[in-house]
Design a protein around this ligand. Structure first.
Ligand SMILES: CC(C)(COP(=O)(O)OP(=O)(O)OC[C@H]1O[C@@H](n2cnc3c(N)ncnc32)[C@H](O)[C@@H]1OP(=O)(O)O)[C@@H](O)C(=O)NCCC(=O)NCCS
Length: 197
């Protein structure tokens, strides 16, 4: 049975940074964000929208938009990355992630506005999503990308994801990271460091 949307928790806001140090405030969406989120999606280049949603669309269908802003419904969560410019907060990125409780798999998709590509927001957002996935009790973090999406594939590889052809769709690749393996690795690195000190 679908789980209902939960009220936006006050917690859940993080600050990430572009490579040159600009702040991007990452927060959960609220139902009041519907219009600005849709405006953000419309303002992406057709190529970025296609890469993000794995198909051609000019905006989010209403039902999808409603789902995007219903935080926590069916263990799905949406984030927006806000940046202040001249006293106005603009959406510069968004991400959506979902926990499958049966498998412990957390799936995500994300976009950074074309104007901000190449500034390090994508890598910082993925690091944040990894932290959120662990906090949810996720065992793996994964997603799909068009196999022509060289930037996402390079970014995922650099972030420690394995890239595999998609089992059901030859136009896609699947990137996946085992969060347990990396936790063990981090602990053992920490132990080594402690031992070295
Ligand atoms: C994919 C996306 C999120 C990347 O975000 P971004 O903030 O522009 O990412 P950046 O360019 O700052 O960083 C990408 C990394 O990949 C590297 N990279 C980019 N293109 C590369 C290429 N062709 N070959 C090798 N490395 C490449 C960059 O050098 C960078 O690595 P670094 O951090 O070690 O320098 C952004 O391009 C986007 O929103 N695309 C449209 C939507 C999309 O593709 N979503 C993914 C599918 S869900």
């Amino acid at each position: 049975m679908p789980t209902p949307a939960v009220a936006a928790p006050a917690a859940g806001t993080d600050v990430i940074h572009t490579r040159r140090g600009d702040e991007v405030r990452l927060r959960f969406v609220t139902p009041a964000d519907g219009e600005v989120l849709q405006a953000y999606i419309r303002s992406l280049s057709p190529r970025s929208r296609h890469r993000r949603f794995l198909g051609a669309l000019s905006e989010l269908p209403k039902a999808v938009l409603d789902d995007f802003v219903a935080l926590g419904r069916n263990d799905r969560y949406s984030l927006v990355g806000m940046m202040d410019r001249d006293g106005v907060a603009d959406i510069v990125a968004e991400a959506r992630y979902a926990l499958d409780r049966a498998t412990g798999r957390v799936e995500f998709g994300l976009s950074v506005h074309d104007r901000w590509h190449g500034h390090g927001i994508g890598p910082a957002l993925i690091a944040d999503l990894e932290r959120r996935a662990r906090a949810l009790g996720g065992l793996t973090l994964s997603g799909d990308a068009l196999r022509t999406n060289d930037v996402m594939i390079a970014l995922a590889r650099k972030a420690g994801f394995t890239i595999q052809p998609h089992a059901d769709d030859w136009t896609l690749v699947r990137f996946e990271k085992d969060l347990r393996a990396h936790q063990v690795q981090r602990v053992s690195q920490h132990d080594e460091l402690t031992a070295a000190i």
